[in-house]
Design a protein around this ligand. Sequence first.
Ligand code: S3P
Length: 436
Amino acid sequence: MEFKLMPGGSLSGEARVPGDKSMSHRSVMMGALAEGTTRVSGFLQGEDALATVAAFRAMGVEIEGPKDGEMVVHGVGLHGLRAPGKTLDLGNSGTSIRLLAGLLAGQPFDSVLSGDDSLNKRPMGRVMTPLADMGAGISATAGGRPPLAIKGGRQLKGIHYDLPMASAQVKSCVLLAGLYANGRTSVTEPAPTRDHTERMLRGFGYSVERDAEGVISLEGGGSLTACDIDVPADISSAAFFLVAASIAPGSDLLLTHVGINPTRTGVINILRLMGANIELLNEREVGGEPVADIRVQYAPLKGIEIPEDQVPLAIDEFPVLFIAAACAEGRTVLRGAEELRVKESDRIAAMAEGLDTLGVKNEVLEDGIIIDGGPIGGGTIHTHMDHRIAMAFSIAALRADAEIRVLDCDHVATSFPGFDALARGLGLQISAQTDD
Ligand code: S3P
């Protein structure tokens, strides 16, 4: 599938974007391992989260739905999973493979985890190292890439692990393995990352501590108790529209029920520093997570040096933030973002290539990029099979002076099924074409 975008336009109206991807994954995992029945609403029916559902079904967990975002997970308890009897295919989903690696390291059975071409190129050494320290039997192909083969029947032991990179997936992997370990498992992170694992474990009645020095820890051998989960809209999906309305003159949008967990709101902080007009309305707490309606209106943006402490808090939003930078007056500088190179694509390289195509001046850095705002042309964009690259360049059309074609957009369905229809309804001049 490809997207064709006519230049210009503005966005207005109200929308609720699909459910949070990180929380959707975790709701399946914890619901499956809990005692009792977990009811989930607002679940993201995107391919990534559905890969997690399929994996737990393959391990004997009964899951009803998801249908219209409603899902019921019949928990089997921490020790109730069954050997899958086949390779678990996690598609495009880094969160599924890395979090599952932690959970499966503590099971009595062997398992093999694999994915699509993109996932099978992503680094797994970052989870293999701490899991091996805990006593897990885990191996990968050359260079630490999937498939991952996990040996069952190992008694894990609790460790302390200082994360070398700011990664919620690595943190979560170690904590989930810690559920099965003897004694205490603890982690520190070089900068705060999304804390949905910690929050949701607590929601399932499992004690997770965070001390004044930022050490996050739990004791192995407890149990999870089923609960109800209301997944808010994904701020990472809302981000495309936060930027869209900010850059398109005349725009005025309301995005409802968006998760605004402070470990995820870097995109709002960065856009506000650039001069965006974003208001948080009706702030409330839903199931242990902060939620708000977000109103965003057009405002002229200016280039900034992005504060490095915001990088982990906006890690998935940089593709579309680069489009904001391209529309801003002056220069935007991003550093300290080398993690962008190991996402669904090398997002620094993929975005720089697309910006070049559209005539936006930029300079690639090892750990970031410099972008000079200015006119945006038309052209044909390669997504490198990365959903967020596809959606970011679709948004760029609002300020382009000619048509933009975005090739290979199938992966948009991993995180944002229905993106094109929703965006069209709000005013983006987008049409999807299937290439057959
Ligand atoms: C995620 C963590 C982030 C993020 C990913 C989802 C999670 O990855 O990029 O989309 O759900 O824990 P890293 O932890 O590898 O930075």
